[in-house]
Write a protein that binds this ligand. Structure first.
Ligand SMILES: [Mg+2]
Length: 281
């Protein structure tokens, strides 16, 4: 049997070790429940005469914080409230003004929400033990992230690289923060990198960067509860919230979903095995 010319195509596939793991900040490595941002958004809106709920405040989570404010303003109830209070729809200038008020509020309260999620230090040690680098991305601005970095360092956590939403042309769900981490870390190909985060934009960021993407379901924005509040829930309520978070993270294409970063190591083993066999995300 003979085949016509061009019937076979040879493909180049990476089959080496994992090169880097890029971790989100709030809700993934620190601030269990991702509580700091919604608290600051509620206060920033309150100072503009609008009472938004914590649930409304966390709906756009993951985006650059200025974009986040714009998205809160687009929620129909908030849009209507704004119009009724200020006599006109929320404008670009209004968004700038709210963002201006938001920044110092967020900076002031961040240290109160800077404790590490259990398992973070062990996960970081496991990443480094396999010879991979630790990157990070966030919807926070550089000024906020510098503060977080200092708080994290006091608690023993220091990623090799951090990229903030205002250092790239566009924050999540665009992939630029992930790709900028890869560039600064000198880590490639993208199929040897893993992105870990707690929001749907986190998942899209990793997937569009061509990276393996892992969601953390319980410690982040999808459940949105401090550890003590989660622990106080009845098993049935926990199961309902957990199932919903898994469904939503898998729903946008996450390769793996875990309860929290303390479960990351076996998932990295599984991904490393797939990469060694030449699989791509
Ligand atoms: Mg987060």
């Amino acid at each position: 049997m003979s085949f016509p010319a061009g019937s076979f195509r040879h493909e180049r596939r990476y089959a080496g070790p994992l090169q880097a793991v890029i971790l989100d900040w709030a809700g993934t490595t620190m601030d269990y429940g991702c509580l700091a941002p919604p608290a600051a958004f509620v206060e920033a809106y309150r100072r503009h005469g609008i009472a938004i709920t914590m649930e409304e405040a966390r709906r756009p989570m993951g985006a650059h914080k200025r974009v986040h404010i714009q998205r809160i303003g687009e929620i129909p109830r908030v849009a209507e409230l704004w119009r009724a209070t200020h006599g006109a729809p929320q404008s670009e200038a209004d968004i700038d003004r709210i963002f201006e008020v938001f920044v110092p509020i967020q900076l002031e309260i961040l240290p109160r929400y800077a404790d590490l999620v259990p398992g973070t230090l062990e996960a970081v040690a496991a990443i480094r033990a396999r010879g991979a680098k630790v990157g990070s991305t966030t919807g926070y601005t550089l000024a906020m992230n510098r503060l977080l970095r200092d708080e994290a360092a006091r608690r023993g956590y220091g990623p090799d690289e951090m990229v903030s939403a205002d250092e790239v042309p566009e924050g999540r769900p665009a992939p630029w923060m992930c790709l900028e981490n890869a560039r600064r870390l000198g880590a490639y190909p993208m199929s040897a990198l893993v992105k870990v985060g707690d929001t749907l934009p986190d998942m899209l960021e990793g997937l569009d960067a061509g990276m393996w993407t892992v969601g953390v379901a319980l410690t982040g924005n999808e459940v949105g509860l401090a550890k003590a509040d989660w622990d106080a829930l009845a098993p049935e309520a926990q199961r309902r919230l957990r199932d919903r978070a898994y469904e939503r993270l898998y729903g946008v294409g996450a390769h793996y979903v875990i309860d929290g970063i303390w479960e990351l190591e076996p998932v990295l083993d599984a991904i490393a095995g797939r990469v060694r066999r030449g699989e791509r995300p």
